[in-house]
Ligand binder design. Structure first.
Ligand SMILES: C[S@@+](CC[C@H](N)C(=O)[O-])C[C@H]1O[C@@H](n2cnc3c(N)ncnc32)[C@H](O)[C@@H]1O
Length: 414
């Protein structure tokens, strides 16, 4: 199919520019950034490429129609004009995701119901049978967006959200979404630094999301390669030949990329988290990450030149103990400034006291959301040389005083 389509890739707030850069690197064109999404125009191949290669995007939507609807009847009528028998098998299953409201459609469930009615009635009139609704494992997911009385109807090419890319993922406590881990790594400039041979450590790696995403980037492994299902597989417009070509190209890139040496370490004090991390590495076919049981207090550079620390310490919101989260954050700040000289640290923290406990002045604070939790990715450059001890005989005999100023009293709140 060589027709041109409009695709919308949805993305977590604040990650739109990261996604736009990612899509540009894929060679995609006519890219437009919107709040929570990036649009591009291209052939079906381009949409499938985004499904296979986007690390940051949540869903890839193929636009089927767009029209004005001032009433529920107009919504029904607009949806009914679309050629549904080209998209959905008459005896297949579908789900409708409806986002947005208007004066006429005040409830998203009502909107979804109207759209579903219009689709199944249209197919029944044409084929004599109608598809069923299946909310869990539908053949086709239709995504409808309503804003300012304009309805955009799309096919969800991704199906389940794209962060669900590790088959049978083993989750530790409070795992990050893979898409957010990818955003952290892009903000840390990891792909360039990996190519330059820099090491990366997550000293609080949990089930390994950050380090495994880092390994996927460094080895050029398409994030969608191990995913078992996409939303287009049972779509009547699916072009398996094009998909197979893209997968073959990605497999070749992976074959070459897996030979690249990388220095990535995941550390955690909890053996059960490491068991999960190793199992995830196995599922993803990424064997190069070294996982070790180690307390944060013992973090050291292990003979490598300075590189990147990328991590998300426990928050307190999700893990029940805010005081312990603050204490751990303080310990992280201490070990970084004492031992990780010359390294760059990227620490994901929620707004509030935990973020201030690090005690290092960030050179940037990148706003992000971890699900509903508003966060900052603190970017800290640890000074390359430790200053001489200020207070001779100071009780702290383990290392020098801070190489960057404490930020607890920083008027610029995180
Ligand atoms: C928020 S979780 C990290 C989640 C991880 N990013 C993921 O996606 O699975 C924080 C991790 O810090 C670990 N941790 C807590 N205190 C630690 C310490 N003192 N030393 C090392 N690891 C610690 C916990 O075991 C937990 O796995």
């Amino acid at each position: 199919m060589s027709a041109r389509h409009v695709f919308t890739v949805t993305v977590s707030r604040h990650c739109e520019e990261i996604l736009a850069r990612e899509l540009r690197r894929m060679g995609l064109q006519r890219i437009v950034v919107e709040p929570g999404a990036v649009r591009f125009t291209g052939r079906l191949r381009d949409g499938l490429r985004a499904c296979l290669w986007s690390r940051v995007g949540s869903r890839v939507l193929l636009r089927l129609g767009r029209f004005e609807a001032m009433s529920a009847d107009a919504l029904y009528a607009g949806v009914a004009t679309l050629p549904w028998t080209d998209h959905i098998p008459p005896r297949g299953t579908l789900r409708v995701d409806f986002v947005g409201t208007s004066n006429a459609i005040r409830d998203e469930r009502f909107g979804a119901q109207k759209v579903k009615d219009a689709i199944v009635d249209t197919i029944r009139r044409a084929a004599g049978v109608r598809p069923d609704v299946d909310r869990e494992h539908p053949d086709i997911t239709i995504h409808v967006h309503l804003r300012n009385n304009i309805v955009t109807v799309a096919l969800d090419l991704s199906g389940a959200a794209l962060h669900l890319r590790t088959p049978r993922r083993h989750a530790g406590a409070a795992p990050l979404k893979e898409t957010l881990a990818a955003a952290l790594l892009q903000l840390a400039d990891w792909p360039r630094r990996a190519a330059a041979g820099d090491p990366l450590i997550d000293p609080l790696c949990g089930s390994g999301t950050i380090v495994l995403e880092a390994a996927g980037m460094a080895h050029d492994v398409a994030p969608g390669l191990v995913r078992e299902r996409f939303g287009f597989t049972r779509w009547l417009g699916h072009d398996p030949g094009t998909w197979d070509e893209l997968v073959a190209e990605a497999e070749e890139r992976r074959r070459i990329g897996l030979d690249r040496p990388v220095a990535i370490e995941g550390l955690d004090i909890d053996e059960s988290a490491l068991v999960a991390a190793r199992a995830n590495a196995h599922q993803l076919g990424l064997a190069s990450v070294r996982f070790s049981r180690q307390s944060l207090d013992d973090l050291r550079p292990s003979g490598t030149p300075p590189g990147l620390i990328v991590t998300n310490p426990p928050y307190g919101e999700r893990l029940d103990d805010p005081a312990a989260a603050i204490e751990l954050q303080r310990a992280l700040g201490d070990v970084l400034r004492r031992h990780m000289l010359g390294w760059d640290a990227f620490v994901l923290v929620p707004l509030g006291p935990v973020s201030r406990a690090l005690g290092l002045r960030p050179r940037a604070r990148h706003p992000l959301f971890n699900g509903p939790i508003e966060c900052r990715l603190l970017e800290v450059g640890i000074a390359a040389t430790a200053p001489a001890r200020l207070v001779p005989g100071h009780a702290d005999t383990e290392g020098p005083p801070p190489t960057t100023a404490p930020s607890a009293d920083d008027p610029d709140k995180y």
